[in-house]
Ligand binder design. Structure first.
Ligand code: C5P
Length: 422
């Protein structure tokens, strides 16, 4: 994904142990002022220079500092930390941290987060100038540049140690400018060919194809703090995106707000409302296959409050609803741009198959994957799914299976349909 601005960006800031760590606190403020959310990891050494509490207060979030803390792992594993970010920023990046990054060491939370991701990193070195100019550091910097790591600074200037030259960390606003520039590039660094080992194009049945997937719920604003939403976890849609990628496709995933991480190596666009989801989907066309797995809100509030609605003013507010655009139907009817295969989901609590057939016709889809989302089924938010494939050729029912298995089977079915069609 690329982000045009900082306003929706999720930054993972890794603070290394150097005198310049105090500037990282101002950096948090500057990034947040511009609308970014900032999660912080501090190295053990960084804690000698600044207090985790200051970073927590400024970021408004818990600060992570210990790889082996079980509470941290239960709340958010170290892998999720870097996978959910759009950009990793290391400031200050000490000679030691740079060396560990360059060689893929991962013995603490900071270096593990840096290794366990495919997201781009931007680093702001800060060290004594002899350390910076040392061939070992320069060698490490060259390695990181080759890996696609971006640098801001170091700047020339007087350092805490009294020497003058390159080594001073860039100022917070210089780093902010570098973050903005970095966000205009794709946030995911593609893995080198073959790096995915066995998984790389496992079947290859979709290699050379473009697959576009929507996933998760949408949020429809009631006022600046409240919204209408649903219980979709995004698990099924994300699993489909992953299965398509494993089959060799180039995948774009347009996701509503979910608690699960972006799939590795997949361009993921984050949206909130149905209207934004439609815009993102239209922007991501053309595609060979469009799979609408998102649980899009059918309605939105006609006029969301500009300010928080207050109680105690007589009657409760009447929330007038208007219909949202139907993304699936719009894309299925897109003249000249219609993907060869358009697939929808029908999440129903009653009359499952009849509703799915009606949807197939009304939305002009090629296939509807129908599933029972009544409370008893445990499908919404759960890990298993029981689906029926409804097409013009009839209904095919699959036994209950893991959502990843549903995804893999669906993708091979779609590859067959695409093959038969071409
Ligand atoms: O009409 P219903 O919401 O049950 O249709 C479900 C299917 O239509 C799903 O594939 C969903 O992703 C898609 N849909 C959509 N845009 C909407 C509503 C549903 O793409 N506004």
């Amino acid at each position: 994904m690329t982000l045009a601005s900082l306003s929706a960006a999720r930054i993972l800031l890794i603070i290394g142990g150097g005198v310049a760590a105090y500037k990282a606190l101002d950096l948090i403020r500057r990034l947040r002022e511009r609308g970014a959310s900032v999660r912080v990891i501090m190295t053990q050494a960084a804690k000698h220079f600044i207090a985790p509490l200051s970073a927590a207060a400024l970021s408004g979030q818990k600060v992570y500092d210990d790889l082996f803390s079980l509470t941290d792992e239960a709340e958010m594993g170290h892998i999720e930390l870097s996978r959910e970010a759009d950009l990793l920023v290391v400031a200050p990046a000490t000679a030691d941290l740079i060396a560990r990054m360059a060689h893929g060491l991962a013995h603490d939370m900071a270096t593990t987060a840096l290794l366990a991701t495919d997201k781009r990193a931007l680093i702001a070195p800060a060290m004594n100038l002899r350390m910076w100019l040392h061939p070992a550091t320069q060698r490490n910097v060259a390695l990181l540049e080759k890996d696609g790591v971006l640098f801001v600074g170091p700047m020339d200037g007087e350092m805490a140690c009294g020497e003058f030259g390159p080594g001073r960390m860039a100022e917070p606003l210089e780093i902010v400018a570098a973050v903005e520039a970095a966000l205009t590039k794709p946030t995911v660094i593609p893995l080198p060919a073959g790096a995915r080992g066995k998984a790389a194009g496992r079947s290859g049945v979709l290699s050379g194809r473009r697959v576009l997937v929507t996933s998760g719920p949408t949020y429809e604003a009631i006022d600046p703090v409240r919204f209408l939403a649903n219980r979709s976890s995004g698990r099924q849609g994300h699993a489909i995106a992953e299965a398509a990628r494993e089959a060799g496709a180039a995948v774009t995933l347009v996701s509503g707000p979910v608690a699960i991480a972006d799939p590795l190596d997949i361009e993921t666009v984050h949206v909130e409302s149905a209207r934004d989801m439609l815009k993102a989907v239209e922007k991501a066309l053309p595609a060979d296959i469009f799979i609408a797995a998102a649980a899009v809100a059918d309605w939105r509030i006609a006029e969301p409050g500009a300010a928080k609605l207050k109680k105690g003013r007589g009657k409760p507010p009447a929330l007038e609803l208007v219909e949202n655009p139907d993304i699936l139907a719009t894309i299925a009817a897109a003249a000249g741009k219609r993907p060869r295969l358009v697939v929808g989901f029908a999440a129903e609590t009653e009359n499952l198959l009849a509703n799915a057939r009606a949807k197939l016709a009304a939305k002009k889809a090629d296939l509807i994957v129908a599933n029972d989302v009544g409370a008893a089924s445990g499908v919404f938010g759960g890990k298993a799914n029981l689906v029926h494939l409804v097409s013009k050729d009839g209904v095919e029912s699959w036994p209950s299976m893991d959502k990843r298995e549903v995804a893999a089977r669906l993708i091979s079915r779609l590859a067959m349909m695409l093959g038969a069609d071409s």
